[in-house]
Design a protein around this ligand. Structure first.
Ligand SMILES: [Zn+2]
Length: 250
């Protein structure tokens, strides 16, 4: 699939794109087919975007063989329309996704732990590592991540040919079966280069901070729950409010 506008410029919040077709669904919503869009389709652990097409609310965006399938709350006539991203939600996803690349790279290079799973949810984001993580390792990982954030290292997406990709020594899981066309790489300067189709911040300073909230044993390895950026700041506020409520009761 050719790269989409949301992948070519992840900071782009709106644009005019052609709606190719509009099909009613059984659940009362409508499937809009677009060849290109600023709306990111679910993939690589990152949820699909919400926003609007021609002012009609978008519930979800999914990949389609010809581009993206946008699930809208109402019908939209085929033709060119303004597409707008729910930027607050998308930027939150960019913060969590870039933080995942950072934590996974540091866990691999400094703790010898490979990432075997990643889930970006509405509340929690998790990384599954292939071995146990002690409290000391957890704190070291968080300290290294926040150190890289302080350095505001640049995050960049590059596109290379399959031949160039195969000549590079990367830790990535490899290309999906039947991959054709250019390969998109996302790099964090001095920390990581990995294949990824997702949307990312421009530099690590935009992550503000990373907090590892919880580590649990999971399938012989560990599952790490983390918060980045706005989510981490809101969790601090919530912790303060809980502390205050508790001390008032004592
Ligand atoms: Zn990624």
């Amino acid at each position: 699939m050719p790269l989409l506008s949301c992948q070519l410029d992840s900071t782009r919040r709106r644009g005019t794109f052609d709606v190719l077709s509009c099909t009613p669904r059984d659940d009362g919503l409508f499937d809009l087919l677009l060849a290109d869009s600023v709306l990111y389709p679910e993939g690589g652990g990152q949820p699909g975007d919400r926003g609007t097409v021609a002012g009609v609310a978008v519930r979800d965006t999914q990949p389609a063989p010809q581009g993206v399938r946008v699930i809208a709350e109402g019908p939209v006539d085929p033709g060119p329309h303004e597409v707008v991203v729910d930027w607050e939600r998308r930027f939150d996803h960019m913060q969590q996704h870039s933080a995942q690349h950072l934590l996974s790279a540091l866990a691999q290079d400094h703790l010898g732990l490979a990432t075997v799973g990643f889930h970006l949810g509405d509340d929690a984001t998790t990384i599954d590592l292939d071995g146990p993580l002690s409290a000391a390792q957890r704190d070291r990982l968080a300290a290294m991540a926040n150190d890289a954030i302080r350095q505001a290292r640049p995050v960049q997406a590059h596109v290379v040919s399959v031949e160039e990709y195969e000549g590079m020594a990367l830790r990535s899981r490899g290309l999906p079966e039947g991959h054709e066309g250019p390969v998109r790489l996302v790099s964090i300067e001095g920390v990581d280069v990995n294949t990824c189709g997702g949307t990312h911040v421009s530099h690590l300073g935009e992550l503000q901070l990373v907090h590892i909230a919880r580590v649990e044993r999971y399938k012989g390895g560990s599952r790490l729950h983390f918060l980045a950026g706005g989510r981490a700041l809101r969790a601090l506020d919530a912790a303060r409010d809980r502390d205050r409520a508790l001390s008032e009761r004592l």
